[in-house]
Design a protein around this ligand. Structure first.
Ligand code: HEM
Length: 451
């Protein structure tokens, strides 16, 4: 299979359930995860239509890898990113080949391991601040608590200066409203649904305005003060490359919005799923608790503990396999190309799905089973590297991976060290419907302080 070998001009099979005008928008809207999984049986490439907009869904991990590593032919774009670009403009998440290369070069230093290590005291302060609100015997929504941790961390690592406080809080609030309305915009065959002045659409449009205004407010306060606060925004404002290139003012604005958008709900989701799965599997929780007690001996988790928290990280990895927060992404072909034996014309929309690949029973036996031990060194050796892609791959691989994994591991270990938590719901945990990221719905849990 090669992207360059001559291909047969064989039509890519169309997913079942196609309807005139709306295409596959209904199953995508009603139950996108089951719909995606059903495509495995249709072919390695499957045509899915959002309204009249065709998209080629890849169901094979080797073909997904080809798409991810050839970012010049399979560039950023396609139905889903076009919707995100309406908010972020040309940012690291949405920009195409040349612009992306320049932006990534400028931003990479802010996400190096040494830099993430420097953010860990802030992460720990934010974890402590949220856990300080918990009481023995209380019932809390664990999903909301994890969002609170990652939103506070994003706000403080991005804007360390106190002047940013109120505007940063407005950003977090508006982002949450924006994220609630994003899915319907991604999957709607027409923009009509989102243009009618319903209360939801009015809230959404207000949130977008507030996001832009609050980010502008903080950036101009930083520029006026001209002080290096040692935070992400200061790094973006002073970023330069060997050729003297820097981020233009509108680039800085767009990157700030993007980092909030890409970093908060994803990391919160990974953490929330880990906690939910532990609550459902007490025998796994006991093993993790005993590891955490041995490694931490009663103190909060730190950077140097992360590699020693092996079972804890297997839980997080397995949560990322079962419920990858970023579950679908799109690309667009920039030239005619052959993929998996099919010729695709320039301008074809392509989609890949970590969720779909992570539930391939040939790679992950019993794919729905929560089995963190599948990540033990012996068993993980059998898993093809490209079949597990919660952070994507190639040049667009998540820039915040170390940041997100570190934050989630610190929070997970510190919570387990200090608290026992049990679900008080009699319903099994399920993904929240119609979210742009794969997060659990509310997770009501009763807390018990550990002695
Ligand atoms: C568990 C947490 C996270 C998950 C599962 C995740 C997942 C992903 C995935 C799958 C991609 C690739 C998208 C594509 O192929 O089009 C991506 C890209 C990206 N992520 Fe993350 N992410 C996480 C945390 C973060 C954090 C904490 C940040 C920022 C602080 C971040 C910022 C970004 C950015 C800016 C990109 C675009 C990178 C590029 O195209 O160069 N992410 N993320």
């Amino acid at each position: 299979m090669s992207t360059t070998a001559a291909g047969r001009d064989v039509a890519v099979p169309t997913a079942p359930g196609h309807l005139p005008l709306v295409g596959h928008a209904l199953p995508l809207f009603r139950d996108p995860l089951s719909f995606l999984r059903s495509l495995n049986e249709v072919g390695d490439l499957v045509r899915v239509d959002i309204g009249s907009l065709p998209m080629i869904m890849i169901t094979d991990h080797e073909l997904t890898r080809q798409v991810l590593i050839d970012s010049q032919t399979f560039d950023k774009g396609g139905a889903l990113f076009d919707k995100v670009r309406e908010l972020t403009g040309d940012s690291l998440l949405t920009s195409t080949y040349e612009t992306h290369r320049r932006q990534r070069r400028l931003m990479q230093p802010a996400f190096r391991r040494a830099q993430v290590r420097a953010y860990t005291p802030t992460m720990n302060r934010m974890i402590d601040a949220v856990l300080a609100q918990w009481h023995d015997g209380a019932i809390i929504d664990m999903a909301a608590a994890t969002y609170d941790i990652t939103a506070r961390t994003a706000a403080r690592t991005m804007f360390a200066a106190d002047v940013a406080g109120p505007a940063a809080a407005r950003i977090v609030d508006s982002l949450s409203t924006y994220l609630s309305g994003l899915f319907i915009r991604m999957m709607s065959p027409t923009s009509l649904v989102t243009r009618i002045p319903t209360p939801g659409n009015i809230r959404y449009n207000r949130a977008v305005k507030a996001l832009h205004a609050s980010v502008d407010e903080i950036i101009s306060a930083y520029r006026k003060a001209g002080v290096d606060n040692g935070d992400l925004l200061s790094m973006l404002l002073t970023a330069s490359d060997d050729d003297g290139g820097a981020l233009a003012p509108e680039d800085v604005h767009n990157q700030v919005i993007t980092l909030f958008l890409a970093g908060i709900e994803t990391t919160a989701g990974a953490l929330a799923w880990s906690l939910a799965l532990l609550a459902e599997h007490p025998e796994v929780a006991r093993g993790v608790r005993s590891e955490v007690d041995t490694v931490l001996n009663g103190r909060a988790a730190e950077w140097a503990d992360v590699p020693r928290l092996v079972r804890t990280s297997h839980v997080l990895t397995e949560a990322l396999r079962l419920y990858p927060p970023g579950w679908i992404f799109t690309r667009v072909t920039t030239s005619d190309v052959t993929l998996g034996g099919h010729r695709l014309r320039a301008g074809t929309g392509i989609a890949y799905s970590p969720y779909l690949l992570h539930h391939d029973a040939e790679v992950f036996p019993h794919p729905d089973r929560f089995d963190p031990a599948r990540w033990s060194a012996e068993r993980a050796a059998d898993i093809p590297k490209d079949a597990f892609i919660p952070f994507g791959g190639g040049v667009h691989r998540c820039i915040g991976e170390t940041f997100g994994v570190t934050e989630a591991t610190l929070a997970l270990a510190t919570i387990i060290a200090r608290w026992e938590f049990r679900s008080v719901s009699n319903r099994p945990v399920a993904p929240a419907p119609r979210r742009a990221t794969l997060t659990p719905g509310p997770l009501p849990m009763r807390l018990h302080r550990r002695p």
